[in-house]
Design a binder for this molecule. Structure first.
Ligand code: COA
Length: 350
């Protein structure tokens, strides 16, 4: 049997401050009705001034470690930390070493992976490869973003969609026939779409000119409609191609946990893959798009609410800036999951 990375811990965290659609509508020209019908989002969580992505990552990481420790004898010390984020605490250095140190894991290799909303799947693939290669024995993989810090306060579209949050998994090296084994990955990118999801200023290109950013260039910008189309196309294609690779049909997966960007995107992916509403995990109504935190947060919510159970065949699929996309497949294991704070109450899928 071939070696594989096994999921053995899961945790998630959102900051306690909630911003409802109604609150946004008091400040911006929008409405609860528009946001709910066009995106499916009802509220999002945001950090307080002075807080940062690492604070979310540490909380989610702590819960994932607690979950893995509760799993008992298979737990060994984590010797690798991979943090997926596109809102690091600082442009330099990476945020992962600070997170590792605050979790009491100082000294282990720790680095960031930046693939925006696909970040968690990319980070999972990197960590899994290091575990199967023998470079590490047990990894903490975290997806965390605080997009509220890079949104234009006057942009009603992005303010409606994004929220802050984090999720984390512990992986250990094991065999491909164990429950929780990551069975395969499908990853891709298309740099021709780099401008569709971007923060124009603040990087080396703008800094090397020595000129201040043009007004607005410091904020996140997105071509919403084009991104919508690309997200549906690439998540569907990637999930399908991975399902073929591991010998499942996409429609045969018990649960598809896709990046939570817009409920209309999730429905369209479901249609492309021939999924019923029950197969598609949705938690964006309460958290919005939490970028790299999205997939592990959705997993933790689905487990906490009973929507995801041991033995389920699960396809994860993400799409984000870059452009990037990626999918992973696994048989869901028996896990002690520390429920996310204020988890979603499982509702009939919309
Ligand atoms: N409240 C009210 N009106 C809004 C609004 C808001 N929060 N946001 C946008 N609008 C307006 C637009 O200004 C536009 O008005 P106009 O017709 O007068 O120009 C109108 O609504 C329609 O805009 P459009 O962009 O065509 O709407 P849409 O149905 O495509 O929905 C998104 C916009 C952003 C919700 C949708 O395109 C989307 O979800 N895209 C993908 C986003 C995403 O996933 N990003 C993360 C990458 S993984």
């Amino acid at each position: 049997m071939s070696r594989a990375a096994i999921v053995c811990g899961l945790g998630a965290w959102v900051p306690p401050t909630v911003v409802t659609n109604h609150e946004l509508a008091e400040r911006l020209e929008t409405s609860d009705e528009w946001i709910r019908t066009r995106t499916g989002i009802e509220q999002r969580h945001v950090i307080k001034p002075g807080e940062a992505t690492s604070d979310l990552a540490v909380e989610a990481g702590r819960r994932a470690l607690e979950s893995a420790r509760a799993g008992g004898e298979d737990f060994v010390d984590v010797d690798l930390v991979v943090l997926a984020t596109s809102t690091p605490d600082h442009p330099c250095p990476a945020t992962a070493p600070d997170v590792a140190q605050r979790l009491g894991l100082g000294g282990v290799p720790a680095f960031d992976v930046a693939a925006v909303c696909t970040g968690f799947v990319y980070a999972l693939a990197v960590a899994a490869s290091m575990l199967t290669a023998g470079t590490a024995r047990q990894a903490l993989v975290i997806g965390a973003d605080a997009f509220s810090t890079i949104l234009d306060p006057h942009d009603r579209t992005t303010r409606a969609i994004f929220g802050d949050g984090a999720g984390a998994m512990v992986l250990r090296a094991g065999e491909a026939d164990e429950p929780g084994a990551l069975l395969g990955f499908d990853l891709g990118s298309d740099g021709t779409g780099a401008g569709m999801i971007t923060v124009r200023a603040g990087g080396s290109r703008q800094r090397s000119t020595g000129t201040p950013a043009s007004e607005g260039d410091q904020w996140f910008s997105m071509e919403g409609r084009a991104v919508f189309t690309e997200a549906v196309l690439n998540m569907s294609k990637s999930a399908q191609s991975l399902a073929d690779q591991v010998g499942w049909s996409a429609a045969g997966a018990d649960r598809v946990v896709a990046h939570q960007a817009n409920v209309r995107i999730l429905r369209a992916v479901g249609e492309q893959l021939g999924l019923s509403a029950e197969q598609i995990v949705i938690n964006l109504d309460r958290v919005g798009n939490t970028v790299a935190g999205s997939i592990p947060l959705a997993l933790a919510d689905a487990v906490a609410s009973g929507g995801l159970r041991p033995g389920h065949r699960v396809l994860l699929t993400g799409f984000g800036g870059g452009l990037t996309w990626g999918s992973a497949a696994l048989m869901w294991p028996e896990l002690t999951v520390i429920p996310p704070n204020a988890p979603t109450v499982w509702k009939e899928p919309v």
